[in-house]
Design a protein around this ligand. Structure first.
Ligand SMILES: Cc1cc2nc3c(=O)[nH]c(=O)nc-3n(C[C@H](O)[C@H](O)[C@H](O)COP(=O)(O)OP(=O)(O)OC[C@H]3O[C@@H](n4cnc5c(N)ncnc54)[C@H](O)[C@@H]3O)c2cc1C
Length: 379
């Protein structure tokens, strides 16, 4: 087993760390507090090819793989989880499905502008009454001549307020086994409208809102893949997105751990550093171990995906372990900082809020457990 990164992966991770420290971290707290889109941070990532890590160089991407993408997302998340969440959407939920299922024309039209950051995309699957399962898509895609008319409402769409392209999953044959289709919908299309921006617990700079599709007329070439393959597009995108969410969680956990370790070494009470207490040491040891475990699961899922094998269960395991590790690490970090952990002046309260969201978005922990169990019981 080879756990070494390639030279290209290591170089990109180093670049991402430098960008995260120099250009993203300094505005992270303000982005969170103001719940605003991190324009400067996204421009910085775009400038380094980090919005299209897996996109071939001929289409303005970095031409690397899912492991490289996970490395970038972890580094970015250790500075600003909101920025990392946006990078996840662009790289893994939008570019990846286009790369895998898009026609040559679609790839040429969308990948260069997405990978270069000239345009942002969003991924619109969730619906208010759909819940966590994959079967609750009520948005309809009805045939009209050569094209389709979309009618429905999507909720919780990250980046919708800033996106020029929405990847929309809709029911083209409601109730049928292969009844879903995926569409590339320019958000300027007549009939597309946005709800007000959400005010959120965490990932507050990864702006989101609902997206309504009211009689949206699309040409046949807006179909991503063929009619009835929307379920495949969805599963493919969710596998990628969950690996991204896992990497993001590792980054958040790392940020919490770093802040807690530094604080524990510096903070002195009754003449001794709090790091002298075994109770604090155990917390730090647990955090560090969980971070490594989560990262290894994330890399395994990414490697399985890059090898072309089934990565769904690995992606769910990585997402489950990493998001819960992030929540625990952030909670323990708040505990280690004591009263200061509750203040917005220290980064751990932001980690605490961002980490909680990772247990919910891209499929809740319960849904990951269900998916893992279902795969196990089929074996
Ligand atoms: C910040 C944020 C960003 C998001 N971005 C996007 C996006 O860009 N695109 C997009 O399409 N969606 C997005 N989502 C939606 C997200 O994926 C869903 O919120 C999530 O999958 C949970 O679905 P739900 O909210 O409908 O919860 P529900 O399905 O209503 O679940 C509520 C609770 O019930 C539990 N539950 C539900 N079903 C079961 C079951 N069968 N067994 C056991 N427990 C169950 C859940 O685990 C959860 O604890 C985002 C959400 C958030 C919070």
């Amino acid at each position: 087993m080879d756990l070494d990164l390639t030279e290209a992966q290591r170089r990109l991770a180093e670049q991402a760390r430098a960008v995260a420290l120099g250009e993203i971290g300094p505005e992270a707290s303000e982005v969170d507090r103001q719940q605003r889109f991190p324009q400067k941070a996204i421009a910085a990532l775009a400038g380094h090819g980090m919005l299209g890590v897996c996109v071939p160089k001929e289409w303005a991407g970095a031409g690397l793989d899912t492991i490289a993408c996970a490395l970038v997302i972890e580094e970015v998340a250790s500075a600003c989880a909101s920025t990392a969440a946006i990078a996840c959407v662009q790289n893994l939920l939008v570019c990846e499905p286009i790369l895998r299922f898009g026609s040559e024309t679609q790839k040429r039209q969308w990948l260069p502008v997405l990978a270069s950051g000239a345009k942002l995309g969003c991924f619109a699957f969730t619906e208010a009454d759909g819940g966590s399962g994959l079967s609750g898509v009520a948005t309809l895609a009805q045939r009209e001549g050569d094209g389709f008319v979309l009618q429905g409402q999507k909720s919780f769409v990250t980046c919708a307020p800033v996106a020029e392209l929405a990847l929309v999953v809709a029911a083209s044959s409601p109730g049928a086994k292969n009844g879903l289709s995926a569409f590339l919908v320019p958000t300027a299309t007549a009939g597309v409208s946005l709800g007000p921006p959400h005010a959120k617990l965490g990932l507050r700079g990864a702006v989101s809102c609902s997206l309504a599709l009211d009689g949206v007329r699309l040409p046949a070439h807006a179909l991503l893949g063929s009619e009835g393959t929307g379920g495949d597009v969805l599963r493919f995108a969710l596998d990628a997105g969950r690996i991204g969410a896992a990497a993001l969680s590792v980054g958040v956990a790392r940020a919490a751990f770093t802040a807690a370790t530094r604080y524990a070494l510096e903070r002195r009470t009754n003449g001794a550093a709090i790091s002298d207490h075994q109770a604090i040491q155990f917390k730090l040891a647990e955090m560090s171990t969980q971070i490594d475990a989560a990262r290894l699961l994330t890399w395994r899922a990414a490697a399985a995906r890059d090898a072309g094998g089934g990565a769904s269960t690995y992606a769910s395991m990585a997402k489950l372990v990493a998001s819960e590790a992030a929540s625990r690490a952030a909670s323990d970090a708040v505990q280690i900082l004591g009263g200061n952990g509750c203040l917005c002046d220290y980064p751990v309260e932001r980690c605490f809020r961002d980490a909680k969201v990772t247990e919910i978005y891209e499929g809740t922990s319960e849904i990951q457990r269900l998916g893992i169990a279902s795969a196990l019981l089929k074996e």
